[in-house]
Write a protein that binds this ligand. Structure first.
Ligand code: NAP
Length: 493
């Protein structure tokens, strides 16, 4: 289907432009607005209210006032709101997909995939809402009773990045709603429109005023700073860079806040010589090129057993070299633009540095001239182990390949990073995978699979990749606190 300018304009006109506070869309207290751009063309898509400190505090007032009543709602009521939200997002899948393509740049087919993935957190947590079990037991000496119940942690600040505008919001809002928490959502200033539309859908699904408040703004710290210092806030859940995450953890410490941190990654994609190389290349393209490489789970380093490195490199270069770059709304486009010029400059600097250190350009290797922030899909062979591109998050469509000799060597190289989010292993031998999973210091390990994110799975990292898990049964636990009731021996009289 061709996306016409009229279709784009009508969709953009349907997105609320205010701050969502206590169920009302309002202007910013300063009257300022924030422009949102299309990274494929640079044009302004919309201007929305530019929230600041006063607005953030008004949002926390609303979240705080709504907390006690919301915590008392029947789990079934919360479950049905989430289920309705799942249905509404699914019905409006084309709108959400196009909106993400417009403000973030990803190809429409991928945006549709994100809608399905993001909506699934609403369905999954609607199902989890009614299964948030506690426990009841007798003390070991056989007299008193122990009752353990889970309660909502309280008002939360949810901070999301620009790369998955819908899924990063639903992955937090879904379990927070399920647990009975109220919240202030702060989307990234580069891609706030999807969260604005998502919040409208949550209201339509029946979410009461004050439960979800949304404050986008040009200064993230003007919004987060006062909230993190406010005693009414009980939790911060953040997805973004390790650098910002550490800063937020330091601020959260002063207020002893619960924290969930989904931070950066440096995923190794490990190919053993017994792997099905065609499947490994397919998996590599998915793990590298999904979202133009702008994903925390993106394969950042290809570690290939030396005996098959030349063959794998040639196959991967042929596949990646054949990908089409362009505006995500156009048919046949595989790779959209980078989010902004600064990001593209960083990517090119890493490529140039690797080539100067001895890497070979097998395909791509340069910026695409003209409008938008496009970068050529790139494969680099023979990358030296000390090249910066292997230790930093590339966040772009560049696949650097290096080699290893055996399992221990692969594990040593893979673990030689401060990150520990996703990792991937390709082999025909399940015992190779099991041994590697014991050795790999990563929160997630894929086996012959290039995409492993799923609402039912606990997503998260170790080391500097973060704390806590999103998705699965673990995801709701991040929004609950445990209360223990010590009950005297009922026979004691
Ligand atoms: P970022 O710069 O850390 O921004 C993430 C969010 O934090 C945005 O909403 C941003 O707001 C906000 N922020 C920035 N500075 C802040 C500050 N001083 N105080 C409070 N909030 C602040 O990261 P990004 O560039 O958007 O996203 C890319 C990073 O996210 C990568 O490192 C990627 O690996 C990571 N990521 C991790 C996961 C995961 O699940 N582990 C998932 C996706 C992405 P503004 O943008 O409005 O300034």
């Amino acid at each position: 289907m061709t996306i016409t300018a009229t279709r784009e304009a009508e969709l953009l006109a349907s997105v609320p432009t205010g701050l969502l506070i206590n169920g009302q869309w309002r202007d910013s207290s300063t009257g300022k607005t924030l422009d949102v751009h299309d990274p494929a063309t640079g044009r302004v898509l919309a201007s929305i209210a530019d929230g600041g400190t006063e607005d953030a505090l008004a949002a926390l007032d609303a979240a705080s006032a709504a907390q006690a009543g919301w915590a008392r709602t029947a789990p079934r009521v919360r479950a049905e709101i989430l289920r309705k939200a799942f249905e509404l997002v699914t019905e409006r899948a084309e709108d959400f997909a196009l909106l993400m393509t417009l403000e973030m740049g990803k190809p429409l087919a991928e945006a549709r995939g994100e809608v399905a993935y993001g909506a699934e957190f609403l369905r999954w947590y609607s199902e989890e809402t009614v299964r948030d079990y506690g426990r009841y037991l007798t003390t070991p000496e056989g007299k008193n009773k122990i009752l353990v119940q889970r309660k909502p942690v309280g008002p939360c600040l949810l901070i999301t990045p620009w790369n998955f505008p819908l899924a990063m919001a639903t992955r937090k809002v879904g379990p927070a709603v399920a647990a009975g928490c109220t919240m202030v959502l702060k989307p990234a200033k580069l891609t706030p429109l999807t969260s604005q539309l998502f919040a409208a859908v949550m209201l339509e699904a029946g979410l009461p005023a004050g439960v979800l408040n949304v404050v986008a703004g040009s200064s993230a710290s003007a919004i987060s700073g006062p909230l993190l210092a406010d005693p009414r806030l009980r939790k911060v859940s953040f997805t973004g860079s390790t650098e910002v995450g550490k800063r937020l953890m330091a601020d959260a410490a002063n207020n002893v806040l619960r924290t969930s941190m989904e931070l950066g990654g440096n995923a190794p994609f490990i190919v053993f010589d017994d792997a099905d190389l065609d499947k490994a290349v397919e998996g590599a393209v998915a793990a590298k090129m999904r979202n133009m490489g702008e994903a925390c789970t993106a394969a950042n380093r290809f570690l290939v057993q030396d005996t098959v490195a030349a063959e794998f490199s040639a196959l991967l270069a042929a596949r990646i070299g054949a990908l089409t770059t362009g505006r995500g709304t156009e048919a046949g486009v595989d790779v959209g633009p980078m989010i902004e010029e600064k990001a593209r400059t960083n990517i090119h600097a890493l490529v140039t540095d690797a080539v100067a250190a001895g890497a070979t350009v097998l395909t791509g290797g340069d910026v695409v001239p003209g409008d938008g922030f496009f970068y050529q899909p790139t494969v680099l062979g023979n990358v030296p182990n000390d090249a910066a591109i292997l230790s930093q998050e590339i966040f772009g469509p560049v696949a650097p390949i290096t080699t290893f000799t055996d399992e221990d060597d692969a594990a040593r190289i893979a673990n030689s990073t401060e990150y520990g989010l996703a990792s991937y292993v390709y082999s025909r031998d399940f015992s190779t995978f099991l041994r590697m999973s014991e050795k790999l210091e990563f929160g997630m390990v894929g086996f012959n699979a290039g995409v492993i994110s799923n609402a039912a799975a606990p997503f998260g990292g170790v080391k500097h990749s973060g704390l806590g898990r999103e998705g699965g049964a673990e995801g709701i636990a991040e929004y609950t606190t445990t209360q223990y009731l010590g009950i005297a021996d009922p026979y004691a009289g």
